[in-house]
Design a protein around this ligand. Structure first.
Ligand code: SF4
Ligand code: SF4
Ligand code: FES
Length: 303
C-alpha cells in the first residue's frame, strides 16, 4: 500500500465550477504545486500545471482539439489524461478531482498533491526574481539559460563589464568548457528606481514603474515577469527615423568604464542597494545620459 493510499483525503476547492469557462485553462496552487484546471463540457481535469519541457505555466496554454498546447514551444498534452499525444512517455500528473455542484466548487485532494510534491520537489522560489516565471530547467544543449537573469528595464541583458552593450550568440562546440557560477550584481533593484532609458526613449516603448507579466503585443514572450518593451513601436520609430536608435543602451548608467569611482559605484549597487537613489542622483549630476551636441560629436570623431 502506498503512502497516498493510507493518507486521508483532504479536499480543497481549486475553482468555482460556475466560473470555469469551457476549455479555458485556469491556474490553481495547492501544497506549493502549480496546477492547471480545465473544464470540458460537464467534466473537469486537474493536471500538474508546469510544462515538462521548460516549466512554462500550463494555465497559459491553449486548447486545440483534445490537447492542451504549451504556449512557449508547443508541447502537447491530452487535457483529459495529461499524456502527450506526440510522446506518450511525457505525462503531466493527473490529480483526482470532483465537482461539488452544491458548493459550486471543483475539489482536489490536498493530501494526494502534497504526497506527490514530496516525491517531486518543486524548484520554484516564488519570492525570487522571476519567481513563478523562472526557467529553472535549462536543457542539455543550453544548460545555463536559467542563469540569464539580470534582464533590465530596457529589455536587454546587462553585464558587469559591458553594461547593455552585448549581443548574445550561441556557439556549438565539443571543446571542454569550465562552467562559471551565476552572478547577481544589482541590476534588477537599480532598474526599479532608474527610468533613464524609459525617459530617453523617443518612441516611449519602454515601461515606467514596476515589472509586469502583461504583454504589449504578439512580439512579447508570455509568462515572464519583466519590463516588456514595445518592440513594434520601437521598430516603427527606427523605420520613420531612417536608421536605428539605441538611446536605451546609450543612456544606461551601467555603461561606465572601469576606474576607481565607477568600480566603487558598481560595488555599491551590488552590495548596498539602499544607496541606489544616491548613485542615480550622482549619475544625473555628472551629466551622464544627456544628449550631446551634434557639432562636438562630429568634431570629436573626425579623423
Ligand atoms: S531603440 Fe530607441 S526607440 Fe527602441 S526602445 Fe530603445 S530608445 Fe526606444
Ligand atoms: S537606464 Fe536605468 S532603468 Fe534602464 S536599463 Fe539602464 S539601469 Fe535599468
Ligand atoms: S513547450 Fe512548454 S516550455 Fe517549451
Amino acid at each position: 500500500m502506498t503512502v497516498t493510499q493510507i493518507r486521508k483525503q483532504d479536499k480543497i476547492a481549486v475553482a468555482k465550477w460556475s466560473e470555469l469557462e469551457d476549455r479555458a485553462p485556469t491556474y490553481a496552487l495547492v501544497a506549493d504545486v502549480d496546477l492547471v484546471v480545465l473544464r470540458y463540457d460537464d467534466e473537469v481535469s486537474v493536471l500538474y500545471g508546469r510544462c515538462l519541457h521548460r516549466g512554462a505555466l500550463m494555465a497559459d496554454a491553449r486548447v486545440e482539439g483534445d490537447n492542451l498546447i504549451c504556449g512557449v514551444h508547443g508541447w502537447d498534452y491530452r487535457y483529459d489524461t495529461g499524456v502527450s499525444s506526440y510522446n506518450n512517455a511525457e505525462v503531466l500528473q493527473k490529480f483526482r478531482s470532483w465537482v461539488d455542484h452544491d458548493a459550486d466548487a471543483v475539489l482536489v485532494d490536498q493530501a494526494e498533491i502534497r504526497t506527490w510534491a514530496e516525491q517531486s520537489p518543486q524548484p520554484y522560489d516564488r519570492d525570487a526574481y522571476l519567481g513563478l516565471y523562472a526557467d529553472v530547467h535549462g536543457t542539455p544543449v543550453e544548460p545555463f539559460t536559467q542563469h540569464i537573469q539580470e534582464l533590465a528595464r530596457n529589455g536587454l541583458l546587462i553585464t558587469p563589464t559591458f553594461g547593455p552593450r552585448v549581443r548574445l550568440a550561441k556557439v556549438f562546440t565539443d571543446l571542454p568548457l569550465i562552467p562559471d557560477k551565476p552572478i547577481e550584481f544589482g541590476v534588477w533593484d537599480f532598474c526599479m528606481i532608474c527610468e533613464k532609458c524609459a525617459k530617453k526613449c523617443p518612441s516611449q516603448s519602454i515601461m515606467y514603474g514596476k515589472p509586469t507579466v502583461k504583454l504589449h503585443n504578439i512580439s512579447n514572450r508570455e509568462g515572464l515577469l519583466r519590463w516588456p518593451v514595445n518592440a513594434e513601436t520601437c521598430l516603427a520609430f527606427w523605420a520613420a527615423n531612417g536608421t536605428d536608435c539605441s538611446n536605451c543602451i546609450r543612456t544606461c548608467p551601467f555603461n561606465k568604464p572601469t576606474g576607481r569611482l565607477h568600480d566603487s559605484v558598481r560595488w555599491g549597487i551590488k552590495n548596498l542597494p539602499f544607496l541606489n537613489p544616491l548613485f542615480l542622483w550622482g549619475d544625473d549630476l555628472l551629466g551622464y545620459g544627456k544628449r550631446g551636441k551634434a557639432d562636438k560629436f562630429w568634431k570629436d570623431t573626425e579623423c
